[in-house]
Each structure stands twice: as structure tokens, then as C-alpha cells.
Design a protein around this ligand. Sequence first.
Ligand code: AMP
Length: 288
Amino acid sequence: MKILKTVKEMREQIKEWRGKGLSIGLVPTMGYLHEGHASLIDASKKDNDRTVVSVFVNPMQFGPSEDLESYPRDLRHDAKIAEEHHADIIFNPEPEEMYSEGFSSFVDMTVLTEELCGLSRPVHFRGVCTVVTKLFNIVQPDRAYFGKKDAQQLAVIKHMVSDLNMNIEIIGCPIVREADGLAKSSRNTYLNKDERKAALILSQSLNHGIKLIQNGETDCSVIINAVKEKIQTEPLAKIDYVKIVDAANMQQISVIDRPALCAVAVYIGKTRLIDNFFTEDIRNGGAV
Ligand code: AMP
């Protein structure tokens, strides 16, 4: 496995593969890879001849008071995980390689970014759409792999690809969890021992919501209030949002009468964690 740092090197590699008629899968990440990222690499390996994992902590998607500086980084660890999962290339550009002086073009989206994390993190999705477009232009993959862990991001990218006629198939992959239910996340490393225990409240509260839905509840305010009440039993937890939205356009709904997403963002101490479930995924008795 090679680690490439420049757009030029990446383009040369892609040209060589394309010359041989090989298909290419892209797994965009911010690094500090864990089993969640590895599951995306595995999915790409299954579908494509070659797999590129991008490792880039994208400054553009962080707000001014967010954790850009402290975001965990460990390229050696990332290379080990990517290699174990048989990725072919890690693309790891420096910020200056991606954003040269005078950079002034952006990809932005309305509607789907108005709720959930878009509301709490106003510049986030502009940064995500811009960097993902750049990665798509550099790697020109046949398919790109995103986790349902970032459900709104997945919906936004699918929509962007459709709106802008990008010829790339977007594959959404299931959330990978710790044995006790906590969704794997690079940000879990911020949690101390007590916070790690407290963080279980995200999946536990979502499971509470799932049970209500499985028992026939369709009123979103009833489900949301039940999830909120459960989260509030944990003293270290502070709710950012608990919402139910239409899975297609990410707009709030009041009754679950169509495929929906129930999403939570919760501060555990200073660490903001997200988790969710799609109603379509829990139809057959599933839990998160
Ligand atoms: P990140 O490095 O956090 O930006 O994540 C890169 C990609 O990995 C995104 O598509 C995430 O949704 C996905 N991902 C992160 N955590 C998980 C997880 N626990 N299960 C599945 N996919 C994940």
C-alpha cells in the first residue's frame, strides 16, 4: 500500500489504473481509523478492483470554536488499519495541497442542510460538499463509501451527486458499534472513563425510541420526548438535538408515515457525539 501526498501523484496513479480498465472505490475519512472506517474499506474492496482511502482533516468543515486543532491524528496507525484491510492507496494531502492560496470556489446545499447538524454547525456541510467534490474530481472513483453514522452527510452527498450529475455511485454502510452499543467514532478518544460510560445513553435512548416505533407509535413528538427523557437521566449528557426527519429531504416530520431518520446529537462533557437510526433499518425487529 502506498501513501500519496499530492494531487499530481494521485492523478498519475488513477491514470495508470484507468489505462488497465480497473474500477476504483473511494473511502473519504478524516483518519484515526477504526472498525467503522474499516467496514467501508471492506465494502469497497468487495465492489472494486482498487480502493483509495483519503485521510484528510478538512479545516473547511470545522466551525471556529470546534475541535480542528485537537482532532486526533495518527497516520502510522491509519496506514496499519488500511493495509490490514487491503486498501491500495492512502491519499493524505496537506491542507495547503487541497486549498491553495486564493481558494474561493465552494459547493453548497440548501434544504437538506437546514436541520440536524446543519443547524448546529452552520459551515459544516459547505466544507463537506466542497472537499468531497474535490476528492471526487481528484480520484474519479466509480463508487464512494459513506457510513450511516453520519446519516445527514450521506443524504447530502447522495443529493449532491444527483443534483450535479456526478457519475459516481454512493454506497451507504451500516453503523459499526462497540460491544456495548456505542457507535465507533474517532471522537470517542476524547472521553474519560466516566464519560465513556455516560456515552452509552445515546444508543440506549435510541433503542427506547425504536421500541416505541415497533409497538406502533407514529407520533414523532411522543417518540422524541421519550428519547429526550431517557437522555436526561444521564447527568453528564447535554442534548444538542433529538429530531425525526424525512429520510429523503432531512426536513422535520410530525408523523412517521414515510421512511424517516431519528437522529440525536448529545454533548458528553465537552465531546459532541451523534447517533441515529433509519426507520427502514429497524422494520424487522432490529436495534441499534
Ligand atoms: P470520519 O473520519 O469521522 O469523517 O468518517 C469517515 C467515514 O466513516 C464517514 O463516511 C463516516 O460516516 C464513516 N464512519 C465513521 N464512524 C463509523 C461507524 N461507527 N460505522 C460506520 N461508518 C462510520
